[in-house]
Design a protein around this ligand. Structure first.
Ligand code: COA
Ligand code: AMP
Length: 635
């Protein structure tokens, strides 16, 4: 017997043009497309070629025009600034955005220009994103936890005309000055933006550089509102940099037309929300979840979105999420499992949850990392509502596999994000690109073309796009995740096949951390592995082999190495521990056996070393990891 999911899934693959063409009717077009799907320049497939749109118009103006002007578009809730709560109606947000678009236009920004946004979780970050989209320009948001050098790399790649930033961000117990990081980044970068707009926050005022820096309030006070600029559906909306296998991040591009169609479709069909509902993605605008489900998805669908400047715990305690759900009538919450693990550790019996009225709350969605069965069971039993794991990537902008709650809810199988979402032709293959039997682990790939919303390419790097995603498995997109599909079509995502690790739902390249460690004067070689952590899922650990003759204290060298990673990549790397070892285990061809070391750290079975020398090296690794609290040292 078929259901709405089966029908939608089959149609999305058999008649993609019909399926997505219909979904596109939910979007306002200045000019409808010539072709729903354009494969004339394969493998650079394009959706809605010939169409003209504006994403900001669809996110704001159309709702005002259609009668939602007085509905809350955005609720800013900030426990870190003394419990500030500020609501913006669709009309107010539209007006702010139009005015800031006027500011950007006054600074010379035109369609196609890039605007880098390096901001904490304040409404002005969303205003800046939407204002950039309003002009048909391209935003690139950089997460606040990245260091100056990472920001500099992104400025050099995106070449923004303008950078929008703030004087500071606020973490649980400290104010982080952003402006010195921005100034440092611009000093390091070869490309110099023409102007910066700085939001001065009361917690820390920044010194402005005359001629380059503009005070947000001052320029907003005199700006004239700017109207939406129609752009091609295939023009880029944003670039979001994400970890690649080298230290150079990939500039993932998402376009305007296909991205809007897919996100709008996902709101009803995956998340089962209606216009007017309150949707909260507890993430950060610096990540793809923030782009898709703090900003674009909910606003395109006419929902109220929540912008939360705080943490799941510590601001002030593990009741923060329940307070927000009850105070703002949240219907759907989306966050990473790590947030729930942090809450569970502080309030194991969920006593704090019981103090709040969660009657509006319908569902919890989790992503960013695999939802472990313990966290799933805890959330399900305490919330008494569906808890839905779903799997996606910066590259895809929306879910590849999910339980599509608006189409047909399936029984949840712990450890699985359920089934491939309509549009995604998901397969599991072996190294020869041959489909494996159900239940067999292999590389998870998606048959081309990818649906609307997924990346059409990497910024200024078409070759890298093809090489990274389309070459290893011809005809397919390589997700770089390994896993299996069971006999019922449930997908299981088990591990990355590259050197990416997942730390508190953040994606980090161990290769990039190794590049920093290798630059330490005393380090001859090094490896970084992701070891299991009960809250963050994984944390990076460094193993350092020192140059011959180095006799300095190991503690000192490790402290310097930790400092270098924080300085070069940023606090987000959560790199706190390293051990000094005599050697690293390698294959005959010299490849470092990171997987073996990770298994030792996590006390999993690993292969017996073939030679006594190898065994000595592994003993050294085990000792180092034990002294750091891993490899069985933990209770
Ligand atoms: N600006 C500056 N620094 C930041 C930052 C920002 N926007 N965000 C995080 N940091 C810093 C933190 O203060 C911390 O610094 P520290 O090493 O001095 O303590 C470091 O970066 C690591 O941050 P994080 O990994 O977030 O760890 P945490 O211990 O502060 O919090 C959790 C742990 C689980 C509570 C937190 O990761 C969390 O809320 N996760 C929610 C899930 C999420 O947002 N996932 C994103 C994808 S959905
Ligand atoms: P990011 O691009 O930062 O969103 O990270 C994407 C990666 O996170 C994926 O390739 C997976 O490795 C992992 N991931 C995200 N969501 C899930 C999930 N629900 N289950 C398993 N892994 C996930």
């Amino acid at each position: 017997m078929t259901n709405r999911y089966d029908e939608a899934y089959a149609r999305s693959l058999q008649d993609p043009e019909g399926f997505w063409g219909e979904a596109a009717d939910d979007i306002h077009w200045y000019k409808r497309w010539d072709k729903v799907f354009d494969d004339s320049n394969a493998p650079f497939y394009r959706w809605f070629a010939g169409g003209m749109v504006n994403t900001c118009f669809n996110a704001l103006d159309r709702h005002v025009d259609e009668g939602r002007g007085d509905q809350a578009a955005l609720i800013y809730d900030s426990p870190v600034t003394g419990n500030t709560v500020k609501t913006f109606t669709y009309r107010e947000l539209r007006d702010q955005v139009a005015r800031f678009a006027g500011v950007l236009r006054g600074l010379g920004v035109v369609a196609g220009d890039r605007v880098v946004i390096y901001m904490p979780m304040v409404p002005e970050a969303i205003v800046a994103m939407l204002a950039t989209a309003r002009l048909g320009a391209v935003h690139s948001v950089v997460f606040g936890g990245f260091a100056a050098a990472e920001l500099a790399g992104r400025i050099d790649d995106a070449q923004p005309r303008v950078v929008v930033s703030a004087s500071c961000g606020i973490e649980v117990n400290r104010v982080i000055a952003y402006k010195p990081l921005l100034d440092g980044a611009i000093e390091l970068s070869r490309h110099k933006p023409e102007a910066c707009v700085i939001l001065q926050r009361p917690q820390e005022k920044a010194a402005l550089i005359a001629g380059r820096d503009h005070d947000w309030d001052a320029v907003m006070a005199t700006a004239q509102p700017a109207d939406c600029v129609p752009v091609a559906a295939t023009d880029p909306l944003y670039i979001l940099y994400t970890s690649g296998t080298t230290g150079t991040p990939k500039g993932v591009v998402h376009d305007n037309g296909g991205h809007m169609v897919a996100l709008k479709w996902s709101m009803r069909n995956i998340y089962d929300v209606e216009p007017g509902d309150v949707y909260w993605a507890a993430s950060d605008v610096g990540w793809v979840v923030g782009h898709s489900y703090i900003v674009y998805g909910p606003l395109l669908h006419g929902c109220t979105t929540i912008l939360y400047e705080g943490k799941p715990v510590g601001t002030p305690d593990a009741s923060a999420f329940w307070r927000i759900i009850s105070e703002h009538g949240v219907n759907v919450l989306f966050t990473a499992p790590t947030a729930f693990r942090a809450i569970k550790r502080e309030d194991p019996d969920a006593e704090m949850m019981g103090r709040f009225d969660l009657s509006h709350f319908k569902m919890l969605f989790l992503a960013g990392e695999r939802t472990d069965p313990d966290t799933l069971a805890w959330a399900e039993s305490n919330l008494g509502k569906p808890v839905i794991d779903h799997w996606w990537q910066t590259e895809t902008a929306w879910a590849i596999a999910a339980n599509c709650m608006g189409l047909h809810p399936f029984p949840v199988k712990p450890g699985s994000p359920t089934k491939a979402v309509p549009g995604w032709d998901v397969h599991v293959v072996d190294a020869e690109n041959k489909e494996v039997a159900p239940g067999t682990i292999g590389a998870i790939v998606v048959k081309l073309p990818l649906p609307p919303g997924a990346l059409p390419t990497l910024w200024n790097a078409d070759d890298r796009f093809v090489e990274s995603y389309l070459t290893e498995f011809p005809g397919y997109y390589k997700t770089a995740d390994a896993g299996y599909i069971d006999g019922d079509g449930y997908v299981y995502v088990m591990a990355r096949t590259d050197d990416i690790i997942n730390v508190a739902g953040h994606r980090l390249s161990t290769g990039a951390i190794e590049e920093v460690l290798a630059a330490h004067a005393d380090v001859a070689e090094c490896a970084v592995i992701g070891v299991a952590d009960s809250i963050k899922g994984q944390v990076p650990i460094g193993l350092l082999v020192l140059k011959t003759g180095v006799e300095r204290s190991h503690e000192e060298i490790v402290a310097e190495a930790v400092g270098m990673v924080r300085e070069r990549i940023g606090p987000v790397a959560a790199f706190r521990q390293a051990g000094v070892v005599e050697g690293l285990p390698k294959t005959r061809s010299g490849k470092i056996l990171r997987g073996t070391m990770q298994k030792i750290a996590d006390v999993e079975d690993h292969k017996v070393p073939p030679t006594i020398d190898d065994a000595t090296v592994l003993d050294g690794i085990e000792q180092a990891l034990t002294s750091l609290g891993y490899a069985g040292a933990r209770p």
